[in-house]
Design a protein around this ligand. Structure first.
Ligand SMILES: Nc1nc2c(c(=O)[nH]1)N[C@H]1C(S)=C(S)[C@@H](COP(=O)(O)OP(=O)(O)OC[C@H]3O[C@@H](n4cnc5c(N)ncnc54)[C@H](O)[C@@H]3O)O[C@H]1N2
Ligand code: MOO
Length: 392
């Protein structure tokens, strides 16, 4: 049995990016940029108006009221006049090119219009309401750094950079295998245990940048499981097997990978819940064995699988387990002799440890937002005291 930190280090060491691929911006959401995104051209391309109004020359506006002749119109996407002649003004709209010679845009609320005659109050020397060419960014500027997760605002920046495709890290392909004669698909009713864990693990894999390529269930029959293991290793970067991790004769999760050349890197971890969790390799494939008890499975998946998948997806693997100090909303008992990850809810007044800490319980998962980290032998804590918390 190894310490939790040692197991985490093994997961981090395995969690290396798998290479990159080019995707269209439509496909880029939530992917991780593998190379810095450079603007293909500057923006705005020319000086443009920031407001709806009239483009004028400063020299034409004196201290007092002045009337200028309307010479035409400039709209975003089309301009009738490239140059503003002295004594004239140009109707202009937000985003439209500012003609050569114009010094400012006077907003329409500040002028009076009588046909083609536009009356301006005196020059107030305030804002020009002109966005200069390249003032947002210039050709070659790096708009989004490599390693960024492409969220909504970053996708805007990429499209603005005039990029149709971007280079992103490949997503690790993850296949889930639930084991156990009793496990069945949820929704079928009757005897058996609904496979709940696979849904939580699949969601977690996706949230941390992985692609779930398959979810399957098999009974406790070794030849069947061996065949399933070999097939899964064929098309996945990571195979996650649930259940059968403990010491019973029917706990076959490790055995099913033996003919595929399993070498164990982590085998039992001094943590509660989740002691039977294991991690191994079959060639260049990674296998993660989660305990069958649903809370144990989700805790170990969050603490070890999430950083592994994050690292393989090019994300900040270390950052996946970012423990923060937060105040307790209720008392917390002392910790036993195994490092313990207490399930808790984040309330407005602080972190509230859940009453039911049974590793097999599932109802508490519906209220669980955070894990609390408790070192072996840690003393009891009172409400208000700080505790180490990790968002689940
Ligand atoms: N003698 C010992 N017994 C056990 C030990 C031990 O050290 N010595 N460890 C215990 C611990 S800790 C855990 S955790 C469990 C984990 O056991 P397994 O990984 O072998 O899990 P199973 O026996 O296959 O199943 C346990 C439990 O979980 C349910 N299960 C399994 N898969 C799913 C799923 N996909 N969805 C929902 N529920 C699932 C299963 O029906 C069982 O009730 O072992 C202890 N025993
Ligand atoms: O430690 Mo097992 O993972 O709890 O019930």
């Amino acid at each position: 049995m190894i310490a939790f930190d040692e197991a985490l280090q093994a997961a981090l060491d395995l969690g290396r990016p798998l290479g990159s691929e080019s995707v269209t911006l439509d496909e880029a959401f939530d992917r991780v940029l593998a190379a810095p995104a450079k603007a293909q051209q500057g923006s705005p391309l020319t000086d443009v108006s920031a407001m709806d109004g009239y483009a004028v020359r400063d020299a034409d506006l004196g201290a007092h009221e002045v009337t200028l002749r309307l010479a035409g119109e400039s709209r975003a996407g089309q301009t009738a006049v490239d140059r503003l002649e002295p004594g004239s003004c140009l109707r202009i709209f937000t985003g439209a090119p500012v003609p050569e010679g114009a010094d400012r845009v006077v907003i329409q609320e500040e002028v009076a219009r009588q046909g083609d005659a536009v009356v301006f109050r005196g020059l107030d020397g305030g804002k020009t309401h002109i966005r200069k060419a390249g003032s947002d960014f210039q050709a070659g500027d790096i708009l989004v750094d490599a390693g960024s997760v492409l969220d909504a605002p970053r996708l805007v920046a990429l499209a603005a950079a005039d990029l149709g495709e971007v280079e992103v890290y490949r997503r690790p392909r993850v296949r889930l295998i639930a084991t156990g004669d009793e496990i069945r698909e949820p929704g079928a009713g009757g005897r058996g245990v609904p496979d709940s864990v696979s849904f939580g693990v699949a969601a977690l894999v996706r949230a941390w940048g992985g692609e779930v390529v398959g979810r399957e269930r098999h009974g406790d029959d070794l030849p069947t499981l061996e065949r399933a293991a070999a097939a899964a290793l064929d098309d996945a970067d990571v195979v996650v097997v649930t259940g059968g991790a403990s010491v019973g004769e029917r706990d076959l999760a490790r055995a099913m990978f033996a003919p595929s050349g399993l070498s164990l890197l982590v085998d039992k971890v001094a943590m509660k819940p989740g002691k039977p969790v294991w991690i191994g390799r079959c060639g260049d494939r990674i296998v993660v064995g989660l305990p069958g008890n649903p809370t144990s499975a989700m805790v170990t998946a969050r603490l070890l699988l999430a950083p592994l998948v994050a690292g393989m997806a090019g994300r900040d693997a270390q950052g996946a387990n970012q423990w923060r100090t937060e105040p307790l909303a209720a008392d917390l008992p002392c910790c036993g002799d195994r490092e313990t990850f207490v399930r808790a809810a984040r309330l407005e007044k602080g972190i509230n440890p859940l009453v039911d800490q049974d590793a097999a319980a599932q109802a508490p998962l519906a209220h669980c937002d955070v894990l609390l980290r408790r070192l072996p032998g840690a003393a009891a804590k009172a409400a208000g005291e700080p505790v180490l918390a990790l968002t689940f």
